[in-house]
Design a protein. Structure first.
Length: 355
């Protein structure tokens, strides 16, 4: 969760195949006679061509993690035929070792699920990723601890052990929410646990960790292991950034803008359906990914569905101020080498006008 280390990759060269067109053989009539009709343009052939459906455009979408309720709208749009209505044949895949950002950048996937924090780092390093929609309008992540640890305020982090993945952004985020309440981040013991299971780690090694409440927090509730959850956005406005987001590449936008527009039109319908029908949307995700815990999916979906759009005018809407405030905060802490050109990092241009 949160920022993951961006790996610099050499992108493979793309092989562009150019098809040579074959000209039609239009036959003229004899002198003084009517012009002949080419066989390829006969009424029967034309009618047949018009009745044949166009082949759907294949589109690959790379998730950021294993399927969960952050992704429900994608599965809904596929299952209910919204993508097919837009002429798209969408395949939803897990990211593998390379990660969704790399798959999108290299062209292996047209779209991906990412986050503002990692995309900000990527843009600074010259990676041409663009956020095209906010999947969730406000940051639902934060620091969580079992209630028996007594962490009711960021100041209570003092003297406790935090388990994370070893990124400098973690300490900076902790400091950002501790400072306003008089806490000292240097009094927090930090250990690296990587992708270790949260529930195992808090029983054995740590007191608190950074989680997304919609999944891990809901799971804790279902397990009868209640948490104290301190949301980042409640203590530091600059940390109310977009996570997750839908991404694409500058190349995809330049070369296939109609595909980007069609994809977002259908995806918007998918998320709106999940907003309006959380139970049915959860059932669709469970059907698509039967290995998921149905009770967790249903409870998570019920909690998360109102959060997709929240107070925004439409699902997916992004604000320049959110991108700028977070990047300025990172730059001020020297976590970025240079300021972010926020207006190039995201776009609302492909979102449908109304939902």
């Amino acid at each position: 969760m949160g920022v993951k280390k961006w790996l610099t990759l050499s992108l493979a060269s793309l092989l562009i195949l150019t098809a040579a067109g074959c000209g039609g053989n239009n036959s003229g009539g004899n002198a003084g006679g009517a012009q002949g009709t080419p066989a390829s343009a006969s009424p029967e052939a034309s009618a047949s061509a018009e009745s044949s459906p166009k082949a759907a455009t294949p589109v690959k979408v790379a998730l950021d993690w294993t399927p969960n309720t952050n992704h429900t709208g994608l599965y809904v749009a596929k299952e209910l035929g919204y993508y097919a209505e837009e002429g798209l044949d969408v395949e939803i895949v897990q990211p593998g070792a390379a990660g969704a950002d790399t798959m999108v950048t290299s062209g292996e996937a047209a779209f991906g699920v990412g986050a503002q924090d990692s995309l900000t780092l990527a843009r600074i390093q010259g990676v041409p990723l663009v956020s095209i929609a906010a999947i969730i309008q406000h940051n639902t992540s934060g620091f969580a601890a079992p209630v028996d640890r007594g962490i009711k305020s960021p100041k209570n982090f003092e003297g406790k052990t935090y388990g994370g993945w070893g990124s400098p952004v973690e300490e900076a985020s902790m400091k950002a929410i501790m400072d306003p309440v008089g806490g000292d981040v240097k009094k927090v013991k930090q250990v690296t646990i990587g992708e270790a299971d949260y529930f195992t780690a808090v029983k054995r090694d740590i007191d608190f960790a950074w989680i997304f409440y919609a999944w891990t927090g809901i799971e804790a509730k279902l397990r009868g292991e209640p948490l104290d959850m301190l949301y980042l956005k409640d203590y530091a406005p600059q940390l109310d950034y977009y996570t997750p987001v839908l991404t694409t590449s500058e190349k995809e936008i330049a070369e296939n803008p109609e595909v980007v527009k069609a994809f977002l039109k259908a995806t918007s319908k998918g998320y709106q359906y999940a907003i309006d029908h959380p139970k049915e949307a959860a059932d669709i995700l469970i059907k698509a990914v039967p290995d998921l815990d149905p009770k967790l999916v249903q409870a998570s979906q019920e909690w998360l569905s109102p959060k997709y759009k929240d107070d925004a005018a439409r699902w997916g809407e992004q604000k320049a101020s959110v991108w700028k405030d977070y990047a300025d905060w990172m730059y001020g802490l020297k976590l970025l080498e240079k300021p972010l050109e926020a207006d190039k990092a995201f776009t609302n241009d492909f979102l449908p006008d109304g939902q």
